[in-house]
Design a protein around this ligand. Structure first.
Ligand code: C2O
Ligand code: CU
Ligand code: CU
Length: 479
């Protein structure tokens, strides 16, 4: 079969089913506890992708995409799955390890696999590949030093991304490194949360495939690796009762030190890693807050995503001080600022620099030289938000509408509000080839808001001077 079709009736049935009782209680903050008492199932733990490590330094794993039946929000559903799991299993490797991932397409339709956020060669990532039903393909890469973080894998076949993602295909990818061994981090109860829309198009956000599950914290501090794997959802997260969180990492790496936040916006494709210090015996609800995309509000009421029940005795453990060094980036002298314009044309098509992406004739919109650090000025001429994403090369946001970002962070996704202008710095380290940048709202991406960059070899070794680069990131703490 192809992608599951979701009928209005199915969506209504879901609302009227077991979860209906829980939904009825969502009137105000006080109602949440009752709602959970009525319906909160335990937070599902994601399956680990089995890894063969019989050769030292090499991690071998197999991923199979196939239609299958599994539980989605407590009900059986026939959807698209990686290794029979929804969400897909967690591929967990460490810095310096070489991964060989064998991918088999057992769907009834073509697909491909994208390693979102990883600094891997375009020749491996292959966003233009088309893997036919019954075909296989192998992906090989080495997770570089300093790349510890939360990433993900998902289909990238142009025109089919939204449907295949929505159908169930996505899974997390974790790279661990020395920074994860900091005692303040190992002292926390670590959980990975995949946030995504239900395959049933009922508008609910699922957390690891469940609706508003409950987590019993085993420690006084929890570490949440958050991934927005939704097709187009803007997820503005905040705890009820004034509970704050400390951001320690963004998409493609750790911050220099924790940053306290009262809320956090994850646009499609984004990740965040936060520490939450809990008062013993307390119960805290992580909620999805309304977010107004210019030109149309998303949701009007807070939606409970997860209840965290603190350990009755464990006191919150301290936060780490320094995490890693995040170098300030400067453009390589002689490189021009590149302009990338996101817009919607008169006929309602999504464009980059005035062009609708055509996978039969992809236009090269940027030709950086490998080794250079470039500044890109991304301009959103549309009145609504777009979530800019670049493959292979993580970047730092310099400023938004001229206002510098308050802390340095490695990202591979940056949201642009309607009419916003954002400048980013991109170190084009050590890979060449063609890959893409696009809006990570999968409907917009499929609709043409995508373009190609072609990174070419530097002219000579001597006419480009080395700059602070992604691969030179290092941990500041002693091993
Ligand atoms: Cu996660 Cu090109 O995308
Ligand atoms: Cu990507
Ligand atoms: Cu968009």
């Amino acid at each position: 079969m192809s992608a599951p079709t979701v009928t209005r009736r199915q969506a209504l049935q879901l609302g009227a089913g077991a979860v209906g009782a829980a939904l009825l209680g969502f009137g105000g903050p006080g109602a949440y506890r009752e709602a959970f008492a009525a319906g909160g199932e335990p937070l599902p733990r994601l399956a680990a992708l089995p890894i063969d490590r019989s050769d030292p330094g090499v991690a071998r794993a197999t991923l199979v995409a196939a239609a299958g039946t599994t539980a989605v929000a407590g009900e059986r559903a026939r959807i698209l799955l990686y290794n029979g799991r929804f969400p897909g299993p967690v591929l967990r490797v460490s810095e310096g390890e070489r991964t060989e991932l064998a991918f088999h397409n057992r769907l009834a339709e073509p697909t491909n696999l994208h390693l979102h956020g990883l600094h891997v060669s375009p020749a491996q990532d292959r966003p233009f590949a088309r893997i036919e039903p019954g075909e296989s393909s192998t992906y090989e890469w080495t997770a570089g030093a300093g790349t510890a973080g939360t990433y993900w894998y998902h289909p990238h076949l142009h025109g089919q991304v939204a449907r295949q993602l929505m159908g169930g295909l996505s899974g997390p990818l974790v790279v661990t490194g020395p920074v994860d061994e900091l005692p303040e981090l190992t002292a926390a109860d670590e959980r990975l949360l995949v946030l995504r829309n239900s395959t049933r198009a009922d508008g609910r956000m699922l957390v690891n495939g469940a609706i508003a599950p409950r987590m019993n914290a085993r420690k006084g501090t929890v570490r949440l690796r958050l991934l927005n794997a939704g097709t187009a959802e803007y997820v503005r997260l905040a705890f009820a009762d004034g509970q704050t969180m400390h951001l320690i990492a963004t998409d493609a790496g750790f911050l220099e030190r924790p940053v306290e936040l009262s809320e956090l916006l994850l646009t499609p494709g984004e990740r965040a890693d936060v520490l939450v210090q809990l008062k013993p015996g307390s119960s805290r609800t992580l909620r999805r807050m309304p977010y107004a995309r210019a030109g149309g509000a998303t949701g009007t009421d807070p939606e409970a995503l997860l209840e965290i029940v603190a350990h009755p005795q464990a006191k919150p453990t301290p936060l780490p001080g320094a995490l890693v060094a995040v170098p300030a980036l400067r453009a390589t002298p002689g490189t021009a600022v590149r302009r990338v314009v996101l817009a919607v044309n008169e006929t309602g098509e999504y464009t980059i620099n005035g062009h609708v992406f055509d996978h039969h004739r992809p236009r090269v919109e940027a030709t950086p030289r490998s080794g250079d650090t470039e500044v890109w000025e991304i301009v959103n001429e549309h009145t609504s938000d777009h979530s800019f994403h670049l493959h292979t090369w993580p970047f730092q946001v310099l400023d938004r509408d001229g206002r510098p970002d308050p802390y340095r962070a490695w990202r591979d996704v940056v949201n642009l509000r309607g009419r916003q202008r954002v400048r980013i710095a991109i170190p084009f380290t050590d890979f060449t080839g063609q890959t893409v940048f696009h809006c990570h709202n999968a409907d917009h991406e499929d609709g043409g808001m995508m373009a190609v960059l072609d990174v070419t070899a530097r002219r000579t070794a001597s006419d480009s001077r080395p700059l602070a680069s992604h691969t030179e990131r290092s941990s500041t703490h002693a091993p």
